[in-house]
Design a protein around this ligand. Structure first.
Ligand SMILES: CCCCCC/C=C/C(=O)SCCNC(=O)CCNC(=O)[C@H](O)C(C)(C)COP(=O)(O)OP(=O)(O)OC[C@H]1O[C@@H](n2cnc3c(N)ncnc32)[C@H](O)[C@@H]1OP(=O)(O)O
Length: 384
């Protein structure tokens, strides 16, 4: 359990803090005193984080900026309280009173509306994305493929947005990142429209640009500095399957399937799967997937080592997110350095494999085998 969590769990608000000790402005004082009385009527524990906030605002409102010496590192409870109070800086006593009163009032309204949640922070949505939804909550940044009407097929814009989202998630305050799909599919892989409407004299450019984009996309997974967890909510195809080898944990619904139909499409493996799949499942099994298009059930993918654990679809989201919330409360830096240790010996190799795979694919995209397969898809002759 994270140090901060342990600290916070041990905190309770001593009754003394629920009483006014200094003179404040008459009107505010009345509200402030009323808020203190209302707080005692709360039926549900508002959670440690909120209690710390209340404590800090109370101290600030009644005593002003934090004026006591910093407690020792090992005095967890006192330190958590001191940190909360100190974090308010020079907030004026009036403002602190106001914020305290507002916070109590929001807790009371939430409780009377029957909506009291635990003290976990609200989900915040990151702006600037159209094909994915990026949110952060409980120290988890979630990147969700969001083209459900196209089975979450990955078009050029989505590749770029995922690169950006991973770059930002690698630097934000979250402890872990999760990649998942919205709706029925995890994702159907590369959007085959990426190859459509290309004029004959632009084919080479299309292949070259595609290889550059793919290389950058896969690199952003290889270099991702924190634990990256795939929450495979439904069928996964193509590149979304190969990338699972670059994720640190893979949880799957029992509705998920895993399909890499590269030869059927006249293409070749990517996402470092030509190197990682034989390591994960052994060469014989990797051959069945990567050469002969074998589609795996979630149970098979788990038995073959590609998936960490399979959950019944009915309880998938609940079980997985509860587990991830607990994981994300572990010490962030320890997780990051440990992940990097686990991967660091392979990193150079993975970048070399990625480059090679992109080079081969660039050629494949210009081949008749590939072009015919794509034409067939659009003629609806060859649903996979
Ligand atoms: C920069 C380039 C990098 C390239 C990297 C290399 C990556 C390789 C791969 O990922 S290979 C895998 C490619 N994916 C596929 O071949 C899957 C193709 N799709 C299908 O086979 C089917 O659509 C399905 C099995 C996913 C779902 O079938 P079904 O349940 O019958 O639904 P629909 O087919 O009606 O799908 C609804 C709607 O979505 C469109 N769609 C779904 N997936 C894709 C896709 N991958 N590419 C393009 N379009 C897709 C489908 O065409 C339907 O559209 P419509 O309603 O007909 O307009």
């Amino acid at each position: 359990m994270a140090l901060e969590t342990r600290q916070a769990q041990a905190v309770c608000i001593p009754a003394v803090h629920l009483h006014m000790t200094t003179a404040t402005m008459q009107v505010s004082q009345k509200d402030f005193e009323k808020a203190q009385e209302q707080l005692k009527l709360l039926k549900k524990d508002p959670g440690n984080e909120t209690k710390l906030k209340l404590y800090a605002l109370f101290k600030q409102a009644t005593e002003g900026p934090c004026n006591s010496p910093k407690p020792g590192m090992l005095d967890f409870v006192k330190k958590a309280k001191w940190d909360a109070w100190n974090s308010l800086g020079n907030l004026s006593q009036d403002n602190a009173r106001q914020k305290y009163t507002e916070l109590v009032s929001s807790l009371i309204s939430a409780e009377s509306a029957g909506q009291t949640k635990d003290a976990s922070p609200e989900e915040s949505r990151h702006g600037g994305y159209e094909t994915i939804i990026v949110t952060t909550k409980n120290n988890i940044t979630k990147i969700m493929f969001n083209r459900p009407e196209r089975k979450n097929a990955i078009n050029h814009q989505m590749y770029r947005e995922i690169i950006k989202a991973l770059h930002e998630a690698g630097k934000d305050d979250s402890t872990i990142a999760v990649i998942t799909g919205n709706g029925e599919y995890y994702t159907s892989g590369n959007d085959l429209n990426n190859f459509a409407n290309v004029k004959p004299n632009e084919m080479e450019k299309m292949a070259k640009d595609g290889a550059v984009l793919l290389k950058e996309f896969v690199s952003s997974f290889i270099d991702f500095p924190k634990p990256l967890i795939a929450v495979v909510n439904g069928p996964a195809i193509g590149i979304s399957v190969t990338l699972l080898g670059l994720c640190d944990i893979v949880y799957a619904s029992d509705r998920a399937t895993f399909h890499t139909p590269f030869s059927q499409l006249g293409q070749s493996p990517e996402g470092c799967s030509s190197y990682l799949f034989p390591k994960i499942m052994g060469l014989a099994k990797a051959n069945e997937m990567l050469l002969f298009n074998k589609k795996l059930t979630a149970a098979q993918a788990c038995a073959w080592g590609l998936v960490t654990e399979v959950f019944p679809d009915g309880t998938f989201q609940k079980e997985v997110w509860e587990r991830l919330k607990a994981y994300a409360s572990l010490p962030k830096n320890s997780l990051a350095v440990s992940k990097q240790l686990l991967r660091s010996m392979e990193k150079e190799k993975l970048h070399a494999v990625n480059s090679k795979e992109c080079e081969v694919l660039k050629e494949r995209w210009l081949s008749d085998e590939c072009l015919n397969a794509i034409v067939s898809f659009f003629q609806r002759k060859s649903k996979l």
